[in-house]
Design a protein around this ligand. Sequence first.
Ligand code: SAM
Length: 349
Amino acid sequence: MNIYNLIDDICQGYTPTKEEVEALLCTYEPYNSYLFSAAQAITKKYHDNIIHIRGIIEFSNYCRCSCAYCGLNAANKKLKRYRMEPKEIVETAKEAYDAGYRTLVLQSGEDLWYTREKISEIIKGIKSIGDIAITLSVGERDYEDYKQWRKDGADRFLLKHETINENLYNKLHTHSNLENRIRCLNNLKELGYQVGDGFMVGLPGQTLGDIAEDILFLNRLDVDMAGIGPFIPHPHTELKSAEAGSNEMTIKAVAITRLILKKVHLPATTALWTLNTEDGKKAFDSGANVVMLKVEPYKYRRLYEIYPKNLGNENSIKQERLRMEELILSLGKQVAQDRGDSIKFLEGQ
Ligand code: SAM
């Protein structure tokens, strides 16, 4: 297999097989550099070197699930739990809007304290502030919940399939199964959400073939966004002794995804930055065009511990955004000023 030709063909619109994606995941220099340059060229062509900064409000760390990798899992009794009141969430959104954010991601553990009505109230409250796109990321819920929130004005939904290897998925998520996860993703698409999917790299038991299938699944689902991040072990989970996923493999997966899914938004995920700040920056030169910054008060950020991380010094929402803007400009890229809807969505309007 000629790797240069394969990369060129994918850039021209060819959809690779699982074996071909696997071969790309295994490449080394000088092919890696060729892959990253190709991903960067596609990003420039379709996204014009513009990076979108999203604000994420992690509003509750209560969770009914028992994901084997996640620090929020219900069995973790060491974690102090918190919930932000709807009013406090809307106030945080207002501060983020004033700091320049035009997309807010509302994320939580699967917490049924936030009923359909409470989430509706939050969506309407945020929408009354100004033209802000809302991405929900609250896990698996009933079709009717998703339907109501879309009616209320929620624009996007982020729900990662985590791993497409069904045996592995079902082993890591004893409270649910892959079939239901995919049903939820299909429901969200049907309801007209811009759908964000994604997966983790380096889960114990995951193979390169699985990662290749993960990437091809994103293509089949025809997503609007895909978050690909390394697995990071958390000390209060079943997987506490497992090795962390590789940032290098994650960045390659992002680059290959960019070659195939040219128009989608691809974040340089928080987990990448957590393992190594330089790799966060590197992802911007390998196909990523989005970054998410936490905006909830620090007293909550410390407790939203899906994996261990260092939060650094406390700064205001505005200061943190300015710092990220400076970093993006220093890399020769520009900062988006709009809501950053997906290209596919805008073309369909
Ligand atoms: N409950 C919602 C859901 O299920 O989509 C959103 C919250 S969940 C904590 C957000 C994401 O965190 C998951 O999709 C998963 O990919 C990521 N995550 C959780 N634990 C992780 C870990 N140990 N390492 C890397 N990513 C992790």
